[in-house]
Structure formats: structure tokens, C-alpha cells
Design a binder for this molecule. Structure first.
Ligand SMILES: C[S@@+](CC[C@H](N)C(=O)[O-])C[C@H]1O[C@@H](n2cnc3c(N)ncnc32)[C@H](O)[C@@H]1O
Length: 272
């Protein structure tokens, strides 16, 4: 039977060593990230000059490919007559895509600079708007009394557990009786060194969008089925569908497959 050749122990040791030699550089870079998370996010967005293909945002592939992969699921479960709220919308690329399938798309983000950029990039698109909202704050769901659909990508895995719980409570209130929540999050299994190595960091250099994120933002965690069960428990949320997905990032490394991060998606409705 064919079994793929395993790297020799010497090779494996060398590659592990190369990875771990990155640690001092990563520690130095990440020291400058503000401990206050909303501040970190706003400073990050204030420094962004270019988005889309070849831009500076790590989680922005500059294409619709990932969204198109979600579209059938969104159409299957989310009420097409309700507005959709893109929670933690960043520069609004997904909000604009959502506006193509819902009557209104509202992007909300804790960062004022993100919201300003999202609005500027949306030009004259009529059914899109953006608001600054800290979605972990009490009352952040206000204004969607008839219920709304929720789209959330790449936000839960950057929050601490208490903030995840507070945000999820707001998602429940936002959705109300008719709304449905679609979430997509990175679910990379490995330590931070493995994560940045996957995204192209080597001793020779760190791709610029990745370096910018390490410098300015808290190190992300991961969010998969286990985290979903903890934060959106079955007693309170009906799980309609879930599975694996590839989260696209900025293809800064130029190495095939490196810009995709293993991820998790789920579609849920609040019970009761
Ligand atoms: C990794 S980015 C993802 C952006 C966007 N969803 C996308 O996929 O392009 C995470 C976003 O969540 C926002 N964010 C972080 N904490 C938040 C909070 N408490 N309330 C609202 N937005 C938040 C950040 O400002 C940032 O724009």
C-alpha cells in the first residue's frame, strides 16, 4: 500500500526550529498592540489606506468568492423580506454583497474609522448604510424592532468569552422572532506561531498585511463547533446547518492555499 513519504526527523526538527525562532520577532511586534480592544480596532482601521486586491487588510481577499460560497445557504434560511445586519462589518465588503440579496444591509462596527471607510467605499449604493455600534454593549441591538437577519464573519474568534456572550445576547435580540443568524469564523487548530506561519511568516519576512495585524491587533483565537455550543447553546438556539468552510485572506504570500484559513460556519435561530 502507498504511504506518503514522511519528512525525516532532522527535517521536521529544522522546520520546527525555524518556526520557533520567529517567536522573539512576534513578541516584539505584538507588544505595540493596544490592550484596549476597541481602541486597537479603531487605530488599525485608521491606518488602512488600501483595501481589495493587493490591499492592506489581512482578511480581505478582494474577491466575492467566499461570499458566493455562502449565498445558497443564506437564501435557503434567511427571510428575504427582512433587513440584514453585518455585525463587525469592517470596510463593508460583505455588507455590499449582502445588499444584493436583502432589501437593506446595515453594517455595524465598533470602529468609527472602519465605518467611515465602509461608507466611503459604498458610494451611491442605495440600500446600504453603516453605523458605529459596540455590539457587546447593552442596547446595541436597538432600532431593529421587527427583527433582522444577522451576518457575522470573523468577529467571534477575536473576542474574549465574556464579550462573545454579550454580543450573542445582542444577536438574539436583533434576530427577534423572524431573524436568522449566519456566522463564519476562522477555526485554525494550532498555536499563534503555527497560525502566522500558515499565513506566510518566515524568518526572512512577514507579509505586510499580516505584520500590520500582528502589530496592531490582539492575537485571534479560533471558533468552531465546540465554541458555538458554549456560546450559542442548544437550549437557546436552534442549529439549522453547520460545517467547514475556507476563510479567504489576502493572498500576500503568493503560496497556493496559504491564504485560506480553515473555518467554521453555522446557521442558527433563537428559540422561543
Ligand atoms: C476580522 S475583522 C472582520 C471584518 C468583516 N466582518 C470582514 O469579514 O471583512 C473584525 C471586525 O470586528 C470589529 N469588531 C471588533 N469588536 C467589535 C465589537 N465589540 N462590536 C462591533 N464590531 C467589532 C472590528 O472593528 C473589525 O472590523
Amino acid at each position: 500500500m502507498y504511504s506518503p513519504a514522511k519528512p525525516s526527523p532532522a527535517k521536521s526538527l529544522l522546520s520546527a526550529l525555524r518556526k520557533y525562532l520567529l517567536i522573539p520577532r512576534l513578541v516584539r511586534l505584538s507588544r505595540s498592540a493596544p490592550k484596549d480592544r476597541p481602541l486597537a480596532w479603531d487605530r488599525y482601521w485608521a491606518g488602512i489606506r488600501a483595501t481589495g486586491v493587493g490591499g492592506e487588510v489581512l482578511w480581505d481577499a478582494g474577491t466575492d468568492d467566499e461570499f458566493l460560497g455562502y449565498k445558497d445557504v443564506l437564501l435557503r434560511y434567511l427571510d428575504p423580506e427582512l433587513p440584514v445586519v453585518d455585525v463587525g462589518c469592517g470596510h463593508g465588503s460583505f455588507t455590499r454583497a449582502l445588499a444584493g440579496i436583502f432589501p437593506e444591509a446595515v453594517g455595524v462596527d465598533v470602529s468609527e474609522h472602519a465605518v467611515r471607510r465602509a461608507a466611503a467605499e459604498s458610494g451611491e449604493t442605495g440600500n446600504v448604510r453603516f453605523e458605529v455600534r459596540d455590539m457587546t454593549a447593552p442596547g446595541a441591538e436597538k432600532g431593529f424592532d421587527g427583527g433582522a437577519n444577522v451576518f457575522i464573519r470573523g468577529v467571534l474568534h477575536v473576542l474574549e468569552p465574556a464579550d462573545q456572550a454579550a454580543l450573542v445576547e445582542n444577536l438574539r435580540l436583533l434576530a427577534g422572532k423572524r431573524g436568522t443568524v449566519f456566522l463564519a469564523e476562522t477555526n485554525f487548530q494550532g498555536n499563534p506561531v503555527d497560525y502566522v506561519t500558515h499565513l506566510g511568516a518566515t524568518m526572512q519576512g512577514i507579509p505586510a498585511p499580516l505584520e500590520r495585524a500582528i502589530r496592531g491587533l490582539p492575537m485571534p483565537g479560533h471558533f468552531g463547533p465546540g465554541e458555538r455550543q458554549q456560546v450559542l447553546p442548544a437550549e437557546a438556539w436552534e442549529l439549522l446547518e453547520d460545517g467547514e468552510v475556507a476563510i479567504e485572506t489576502n493572498p500576500a504570500t503568493g503560496v497556493d492555499g496559504r491564504s485560506r484559513v480553515p473555518g467554521y460556519y453555522a446557521v442558527l435561530r433563537p428559540r422561543g
